[in-house]
Design a protein around this ligand. Structure first.
Ligand code: SF4
Ligand code: SF4
Length: 560
């Protein structure tokens, strides 16, 4: 992996350019190299190192990684990295309902029953899945890609696609300028964003990718339904040997209810807590919350603290030490929220392909998307291998492969799931969602419109400190660069938001980036940003724009 600014000069033209070195982008590179060893492939990522911007639960369906590596890397199962990264599989799979600060009802038998009856929630069964650190998985896939001859460059942020002609929709990408001051003036080391030309471009940026969203608009791709998001906040906690033994090395817990949903009394948010065994006496503890929450003073990290203090959770982590923390958005809208070309129905257009979370291939009925990231990346790689002589056909071939693969069918069975709950709330929506696959389509509003002047009932714990959280993500940016967080109209903050909602960005941003200084709301601590992009999707007046900072900044996840 190269972090040398100048080494990319060699690659100012390539055959295939992949934006994003996450599981989907790397799976694409590996599958393509396997089919076409001679192909020139460049993968770019804005993170300082491989896996640094990858944060997730994560449980991984084994078949997806087996399908990728069985043909590309014979003997991979015997490698030390495979044994380390895929060391644990789920044997104990709890799905709980937490009615309050203590007590837990086991729902897993109902999940099993739903599975036997062929009902949607039956998909929420994780037994036999790998429990992985997505950051480690990414590092490993990156090494495999490099060994196969792929050029993987971290620390390079892509600004936009370079427009092409006809079916070659993109001619390459343009990188972000480096070496500007806060005021936008050129420093002595200024380097203008280089253009890298490519025959084919794969967008694998992850959730709410800026290049992807711009491409969707410019290429006229359409979503049947607006994308809905959640934020996940997570800590990796080092616990005692005894606590880890009691929890179990092969266990995952998903918990609905307290502290984000207590029926009748409220709150009524979508999501829940999670606990995953990480090995080495560490347990990941997290909270995922749908961004359509209503309470203007809600902070997902407060909910995580309440979850950690729940009697079921506390006994496993009490006295433990947080060794890593982070936050990330998840695209939850399902198949109807995946952008497609209205003319051809393709997931991408011409020579530009959308894969993984950048497309939105997350199945919230399974609470999983990593298998689809690997599968969509692999299928994109295989489709490109068959399109090197006719790049404009790549999106068609890729879409046909996705449809034949079962990925689209799986996503189809979960369609409407998140929309049903967004529309009807948890109490009615969860039971109704059993039928979501056959319900007619209906409209839901984007998340930012959900906010009301309403208080979060369980607020009040003071144990949480955003500075410590941010330090545990090891996030940093070069200070003297233009802010990558822009408030579109400061007047809206002053005239509308402070009066109605008391500037919720100050509360919900997990990194404490926003502050009110002398009555003006500013992204005062932009260098603490975790790149979760929640502010861009949850500001109640849609008044924040996240632009791409210089490459090499942001969090440095290693265990998440
Ligand atoms: Fe409110 Fe958005 Fe302004 Fe923050 S940026 S004060 S959330 S309008
Ligand atoms: Fe996330 Fe926005 Fe805060 Fe950055 S500033 S950590 S993108 S909410």
């Amino acid at each position: 992996m190269s972090e040398n600014l100048h080494s990319i000069d060699r690659a100012s033209r390539t055959q295939v350019l992949i934006v994003g070195a996450g599981p989907a982008g790397l799976a694409c590179a590996i599958a393509l190299k396997k089919e076409r060893p001679e192909a020139e492939i460049v993968v770019l990522d804005k993170a300082p190192g491989l896996g640094n911007h990858n944060l997730s639960g994560a449980v991984l369906e084994p078949a997806s990684v087996h399908r990728l590596l069985d043909s590309a890397l014979p003997g991979w199962r015997e490698t030390d990295q495979a044994k380390e990264v895929l060391a644990r599989t789920v044997q104990k799979d709890d799905v709980l309902f937490l009615p309050g600060a203590s007590g837990a009802l086991q729902l897993h038998p109902l999940i099993k029953l739903a599975g036997l009856l062929g009902l949607g929630p039956g998909q929420m069964d994780h037994k036999g899945d790998y429990i992985v650190s997505i950051s480690r998985l990414t590092r490993w896939l990156g090494q495999i890609a490099e060994e196969l001859g792929v050029e993987v460059h971290t620390g390079f942020a892509v600004e936009a696609l370079v427009p092409g002609e006809g079916e070659a929709v993109a001619a390459g990408v343009r990188l972000v300028d480096r070496g500007l001051t806060k005021e936008g003036e050129k420093q002595p080391n200024f380097a203008p964003g280089e253009t890298i030309r490519a025959d084919l471009v794969v967008l694998a940026e992850g959730c709410d990718g800026l290049v992807t969203e711009r491409f969707v608009q410019q290429a006229g791709l359409e979503r049947e339904a607006v994308q809905l998001y959640s934020i996940g906040v997570k800590e990796v906690v080092a616990v005692s040997e005894e606590q880890y033994r009691q929890f179990g090395d092969d266990r995952v817990v998903h918990a609905l209810g307290y502290p984000i949903w207590t029926p009748v009394l409220g709150p009524g948010m979508f999501g829940g807590g999670l606990m995953y065994a990480c090995g080495d006496n560490k347990i990941a503890v997290g909270m995922i919350v749908g961004l359509d929450w209503q309470e203007n003073d809600f902070n997902p990290q407060d909910a995580l603290v309440h979850f950690k203090n729940h009697s079921f959770v506390r006994r496993f982590i009490e006295g433990g030490k947080v060794v890593e923390a982070g936050a990330k958005m998840i695209p939850e809208g399902g198949l109807r929220a995946v952008p497609r070309d209205p003319q051809t129905g393709t997931f991408g257009k011409g020579n530009v392909l959308l894969v993984g979370d950048a497309a939105g291939f997350v199945n919230m009925l399974k609470i999983k998307g990593l298998h689809n990231a690997l599968d969509s990346g692999r299928l994109a790689g295989e489709a490109i291998a068959g399109s090197m002589d006719e790049p404009g056909q790549a999106a068609r071939k890729y879409t046909a492969a996705l449809e034949q693969s079962g990925l689209v069918a799986e996503m189809g069975r979960a369609r409407n799931y998140r929309q049903t709950i967004a529309r009807f709330g948890n109490l009615l929506g969860l039971p109704l969602s059993v039928l979501s696959g056959v319900l007619p389509r209906f409209e839901v509003e984007p998340d930012f419109k959900a906010m009301r002047p309403r208080h979060y009932r369980f607020k009040g714990n003071r144990e949480f400190d955003k500075d410590t959280f941010t330090a545990m993500a090891q996030t940093e940016h070069r200070e003297d660069q233009p802010s990558h967080l822009r408030i579109v109209d400061p007047g809206i903050c002053l005239e509308k938001c402070l009066k109605t909602f008391k500037a919720p960005c100050i509360t919900f941003c997990p990194a404490g980036v926003y502050e009110e200084i002398q009555g003006v709301v500013k992204p005062a601590n932009a260098s603490n940003c975790l790149h979760c992009k929640t502010c861009q999707r949850k500001c109640p007046f849609d008044n924040i724009r996240w632009v791409v900072p210089e490459g090499g900044g942001g969090p440095r996840y290693k265990q998440s």
